[in-house]
Ligand binder design. Structure first.
Ligand SMILES: Nc1ncnc2c1ncn2[C@@H]1O[C@H](COP(=O)(O)OP(=O)(O)OP(=O)(O)O)[C@@H](O)[C@H]1O
Ligand SMILES: [Mg+2]
Length: 341
């Protein structure tokens, strides 16, 4: 069976790669903009570099999945973007707010109005003694306690619960809902004050595969309906089927991006194509995929050669050195690391 997924969420230019493979270089804009982001934790005299110069640009209205091994820095990134933690260095701007320059008052306003977040643990998202309706109402009342707005707030709660398809559990408490329903309500809570950016750290981590796919689809629906810029960390291996752009974090840096688009073949049939790109930062650093390195025994240093339309990378072995010399000689000038000594 062929699964056709509608990837057009109405915000990216038609037919283009969503966002493009530019996480490293950036285009200067972006609703989420991280440049050379560093976060060092020091506990008991031991330093952990959780983020080691991470670069990421997410355009307004985009939905991006973040994947990576345990300990690669995904939660550290999201905690910084949510305003709960401050980076050690670099820059981070979300919806025009410089996260390193925020004072305590601005931080509260930022968390209340600019970003919404959903955590993995359902218990962290919802208050257990409140119903779904009351949970969604809570952030609205905190933001605008005026009694006059009551009817408008009630409508907003209903609209959000309907958008997340959990209107039928509005009067239930979290313990009376399934895990998937709880996370949908949690998304409604996060969206209550119409944030510009929605952040989710493993929102499907405690769910089975089918429910996880439904919750990811629900996030995509919210992104499509409201235009909220969305960044979702997930372990779900099928995530790239739900979003057009998946960013991989390795050792505290964005290393590769998988971009997915639809193409129409000669018979007029739509098909999905996904392609993996390495992220190149502003000063030319990139991470080679681990399997490439293992397969060719690449380590410590490699030979590079500039060819007319690509860059060659060879292991640093004497036999390849001679060949590399021949190759680069024929490719003309401009290669790097080729000078004979
Ligand atoms: N508050 C902290 N104090 C000290 N070290 C921390 C702290 N938070 C995270 N770290 C360390 O920073 C690194 C990145 O952690 P992080 O939680 O961001 O990883 P992750 O990619 O979210 O992993 P997982 O997939 O397991 O959730 C890890 O080595 C972790 O031990
Ligand atoms: Mg984590």
């Amino acid at each position: 069976m062929t699964t056709v997924i509608d990837l057009d969420d109405g915000r990216a230019p038609a037919g283009s790669w969503r966002g493009g493979p530019e996480g490293g270089s950036g285009r200067g804009g972006g609703e989420i903009l991280c440049r050379d982001l560093v976060r060092i934790f020091a506990t008991d005299g031991v330093e952990v570099q959780a983020l080691q110069g991470l670069n990421l640009t997410v355009e307004p209205g985009e939905i991006v999945a973040v994947v990576g091994a345990s300990g690669s820095g995904k939660s550290t990134l999201l905690t910084i973007l949510s305003g709960l933690d401050t980076p050690t260095g670099g820059t981070a701007t979300v919806a025009g707010t410089d996260l390193l320059a925020m004072g305590p008052k601005a931080r509260v306003a930022y968390q209340r109005h600019t970003v919404g977040f959903v955590w993995q643990q359902t218990s962290r998202n919802l208050l257990p003694y409140l119903t779904a309706r009351e949970n969604v109402l809570m952030p609205l009342e905190l933001a605008a306690p005026s009694r006059r707005e009551r009817a408008a707030r009630a409508r907003r709660v209903d609209d959000l619960l309907d958008l997340l398809e959990v209107g039928h559990v509005a009067e239930r408490r979290p313990a009376e809902m399934s895990g998937g329903q709880q996370q949908r309500v949690a998304i409604a809570v996060a969206m209550a004050n119409s944030p510009r950016v929605l952040l989710a750290d493993e929102p499907t981590g405690e769910l089975d595969e089918a429910t996880s796919a439904e919750v990811l689809e629900a996030m995509r629906g919210v992104n499509r309906e409201t235009g909220v810029t969305t960044l979702v960390v997930t372990h779900d291996p099928t995530v790239s089927e739900h979003v057009a752009r998946t960013v991989q974090i390795r050792d505290g840096r964005t290393s590769t991006e998988t971009l997915r688009r639809t193409e129409t073949d000669e018979h007029g049939q739509a098909r999905h194509v996904s392609e993996e790109f390495a992220v190149l930062d502003r000063v030319g650093r990139l991470q080679l995929p681990e399997d490439f390195m293992a397969s060719l025994g690449l380590r410590d240093r490699v030979r590079l050669a500039l060819e007319p339309d690509h860059v060659g990378v060879w292991p640093d072995t004497p036999s390849r050195a001679a060949e590399t010399g021949r190759d680069t000689g024929s490719a003309g000038s401009g290669g790097s690391g080729r000078s004979e000594r």
